[in-house]
Design a protein around this ligand. Sequence first.
Ligand code: NDP
Length: 279
Amino acid sequence: MAILMDGKILSAERMAQLRQRVDALKAAGKPVGLAVILVGDDPASQVYVRNKGKACEELGIESETLRLPADTAQADLEALIERLNGDSRISGILVQLPLPRHLDEAAALRKIIPEKDVDGFHIENAGKLFTGQTGVVACTPKGILHMLKASGVPLSGREAVVIGRSNIVGKPVAMLLLNENCTVTLCHSRTQDLAAHTRRADILVAAVGKPRFITGDMVKPGAAVVDVGINRVDGKVVGDVDFASVEPVAGWISPVPGGVGKMTICMLMENTIEAAERR
Ligand code: NDP
């Protein structure tokens, strides 16, 4: 039976430490605030934004959600980001993705000053991760690494296989694992014989966006399996990993819900606090 990498427990432990850091910032008279920009009315984004607001409230971080209509012009979005860049009460700015199609996501993210880019998506922060410099690390990859380390999963010298090569999950998580001295393979939709790769993995990260895509026969016995996927099936949230068939084979496994998603929000809080501490 696999050890559960329980995001609820691991994030609660971290949140307790973060609360102390928020208190210390406040005692020193340093503002700590998160501004979240939500464009349009995508239902999943609304839920994510609400959860981020709740986490801020739990820690005593000021949070502000700025809602813009779905037909917002690029110039108006960028003007709002610039205003927040100059607002001393705000330590972190987050643009909830995806943006409506007519907007240029990369251009909007570049407008956030890197010091306030708590999502770690700015090209400067991504570049720092890829060149081994200290910058803001994207929340989901950072949360995955924290989850693996806190669960005692050995990393150095191990085979890590990441499925998915997005800029927000797959690529940065591969880079973090490489920095931990894993031997990393990055798979994607054109990968041939995916199972041959996954069966070699001591650490398997699934960030595909396909419900129950990874099955027990694709997993090496004793592997640590991290499920990043959030898929809605018949009104239920399920991951990219078929928990029922993988759990008996794996050494560690993260559940969905209650796994990586919890860690992601926790790391967003940490990045916001770190941004306030740096000022
Ligand atoms: P993307 O859609 O950007 O990327 C999906 C990746 O999966 C792509 O690289 C794609 O390959 C690859 N892929 C698709 N089909 C296959 C296949 N048959 N075999 C191998 N690889 C395949 O998704 P994201 O990275 O943004 O997100 C992935 C999942 O994680 C989603 O379910 C998302 O909701 C969830 N997520 C969860 C978060 C959390 O906090 N828990 C945070 C962010 C995302 P190619 O590049 O070739 O198209």
